[in-house]
Design a protein around this ligand. Structure first.
Ligand SMILES: [Zn+2]
Length: 366
């Protein structure tokens, strides 16, 4: 029999746990897993299952309302900034104490609970209090990308449902189910780094193949001049700009869809539009960083292949000290070191174009 959990490809363990829990739910769950592991879809599916008399049939009125984000008893908590502040969590506590309007539960969804004020533990007493003394008909669904020790006090009050990065095969299957062709699904799945959200953007991106070629051809286009290096850096920046387009279109479509659904049930506007837009901005920033990571991994693959080919040549010719093959091995090794360094710098919030120019300059001097 099909249900709301069917669409959650590649997360069999988590889904089995959710199917069990929905019959005897506790008051708080923490959904944890890396970006793109389908955590957000799972939260919505679980909320629908909680409200459904048949534990998530996916077709009844209760299920449909939750899946269309218009059930007034399912709240997505909003935060004012990038991270959670005490004031935001007080508001969450206030809402969580209401009685549900319908016959089901009041579900409070609090996303990214790992994002707290300046890295401090989310010991916001307000949230802990809600989790400690939960109103009887309220169920909290929290999400976190990473569960650090700082979250201990929160985790100990929840049942944790763990999600994993998705395998290429699972990504491909999910994309095929969405309607992508085999070839497109395969290329997107390979370039998505286990992240379904990213794979769904890439599948709509006709320039993915060109972008792959741009990265792959970097070594042959570097001619040892600074101006050449700067030109390639610029070319890559523009390619990343173009890569953002499908995501921006998807976000606009999502807002339009939610507005339509809200109007269909007589609401004047989408309830938590500000939160949705803030989340989309975060997704766009993240996508850019992922694109850069992806490009660096493609380039790493190119230099690794070069080194392997040169090593094989060296072995065949017996040339151990000089010659072209020897030079290619050592320059590829240096390139790989530069790429490791660049990857490290990426996590320091460095300006993207500066990073690219530095990288291309360093590579062009090999
Ligand atoms: Zn249902």
């Amino acid at each position: 029999m099909s249900d709301v959990f069917d669409a959650l490809v590649g997360q069999d363990r988590a889904v089995a746990a959710l199917r069990q829990h929905v019959r005897h739910p506790v008051h708080a769950y923490l959904f944890s897993g890396p970006t793109g592991s389908n955590v957000n879809d799972a939260v919505v599916a679980f909320a629908a299952a909680l409200q459904c008399r048949q534990f998530g049939c996916g077709t009844c009125e209760s299920c449909r309302k939750v899946l269309q984000h218009v059930d007034p008893d399912v709240h997505v908590a909003e935060r004012a900034g990038v991270s959670w502040r005490v004031d935001d969590l007080r508001e969450v506590d206030r809402i969580s104490r209401r009685r549900p309007l319908g016959a089901g539960y009041q579900v409070m969804i609090i996303n990214d609970i790992d994002l707290t004020v300046s890295g401090a533990a989310p010991s916001a007493p307000a949230l802990l209090k809600s989790l400690e003394e939960p109103p009887t008909k309220t169920i909290f669904l929290l999400t976190a990308e990473e569960v650090s020790d700082a979250l201990d006090t929160i985790v100990s009050r929840c049942v944790e449902i763990k999600f994993q990065a998705m395998s290429e095969a699972d990504l491909e299957e999910a994309l095929r189910r969405d309607g992508a062709s085999a070839e497109v699904a395969q290329t997107a799945a390979r370039s998505a780094g286990g992240n379904l959200t990213r794979a769904r953007v890439l599948v709509r991106d006709p320039s993915l193949g060109d972008r792959l070629d741009t990265w792959r051809s970097v070594p042959e286009h570097l001619k040892g001049t600074a101006s050449g290096a700067a030109r390639i850096a610029l070319e890559i920046s523009s390619a990343i700009d173009a890569a953002m387009a499908p995501l921006e279109v998807m976000h606009a479509e999502e807002i339009a869809r939610r507005t339509r659904e809200a109007k269909d049930v007589g609401l004047r506007s989408v309830g938590n539009r500000k939160e949705i837009e803030a989340q989309f901005k975060r997704e766009e920033r993240r996508f850019r960083a992922e694109e850069l990571h992806f490009g660096l991994s493609v380039l790493t693959g190119v230099y690794r292949d070069r080194m392997m080919t040169a090593l094989i040549e060296l072995e065949k010719s017996g040339d151990s000290t000089e010659g072209r093959a020897h030079y290619r091995v050592s320059s590829s090794l240096q390139a790989l070191d530069i790429l490791v360094e660049t990857n490290d710098r990426l996590s320091t919030n460095i300006d993207e174009s500066l990073l690219l120019v530095d990288l291309m300059l360093a590579l062009s001097q090999l």
